[in-house]
Design a protein around this ligand. Structure first.
Ligand SMILES: N[C@@H](CCC(=O)N[C@@H](CS)C(=O)NCC(=O)O)C(=O)O
Length: 215
């Protein structure tokens, strides 16, 4: 059964795509255009009542929330492709901890920066400069903690790449490549080396090559 991934152009679905490639899971993609409001079409809302991407369909199994999807596939195919969950229960605990850090501490400020700097102008809204400044400060503090952590281990959960690292790829890509804020990564030696490592993985390069970002 081939997994169907909805909305491959957008950042959160790319979190799923990079993990499916690492896990060597066959998939196909279904384009959904947020700018045309296709994610709010009644047919789509039947599958994902909140009207957000990504969504996957695997036979008659439907799942949304990008981090739930990547946990599901990393567990289901634990011994296929790259093991992204760690070998021991203690390593798994650390993968979960850093996945939560990404979702609870990193994602909020970086999401605000992306929406205010990149999406507000093309949607015809003024950018909120105060929110941009506050979000950059918050993200900087999170990155200082990452710098300390990554001075002790190559990846966030230890010396093995995991879901926790890959989960950072889609939004950090915007920060480094499209927002003129690459110094936030490059000025921190260990964060910078970590970013170079994870963003040069063949799986991520393939995602970037096959599924262009909307902006
Ligand atoms: N927590 C959700 C967030 C998904 C999300 O924000 N998706 C964006 C695309 S990157 C979206 O669908 N935005 C459309 C909207 O919010 O109306 C996840 O990780 O799957």
């Amino acid at each position: 059964m081939v997994v169907k991934v909805y909305g491959p152009a957008y950042a959160s679905p790319k979190r799923v795509l990079v993990c499916l490639i690492e896990k060597e899971i066959e998939f196909e993609t279904v384009p959904v255009d947020i700018f045309k409001g296709e994610h709010k079409d009644p047919e789509f809302l039947k599958l994902q009542p909140f009207g957000v991407l990504p969504l996957i369909q695997d036979g008659d199994y439907t799942l949304s929330e990008s981090r739930a999807i990547i946990r599901y596939y990393a567990e289901k195919y634990k011994s296929q492709g790259t093991d992204l969950l760690g070998k021991t229960i203690e390593e798994r605990g650390l993968v979960e901890q850093w996945l939560e850090v990404e979702a609870q501490n990193y994602h909020g400020p970086i999401f605000n920066l992306v929406t205010q700097i990149l999406f507000a102008p093309i949607s015809g809204f003024p950018s909120d400069q105060k929110l941009i400044q506050e979000s950059e400060e918050k993200l900087g503090k999170v990155l200082n903690i990452y710098e300390e952590r990554l001075s002790k281990s190559k990846y966030l959960a230890g010396d093995f790449v995991s879901l926790a690292d890959l989960s950072h790829l889609p939004f950090t890509h915007y920060l480094v490549n499209q927002m003129g804020k690459d110094y936030m990564i490059k000025d921190r030696k260990h964060v910078s080396a970590w970013w170079d490592d994870i963003s040069s993985r063949p799986s991520w390069k393939k995602v970037l090559q096959l599924y262009k970002y909307p902006i």
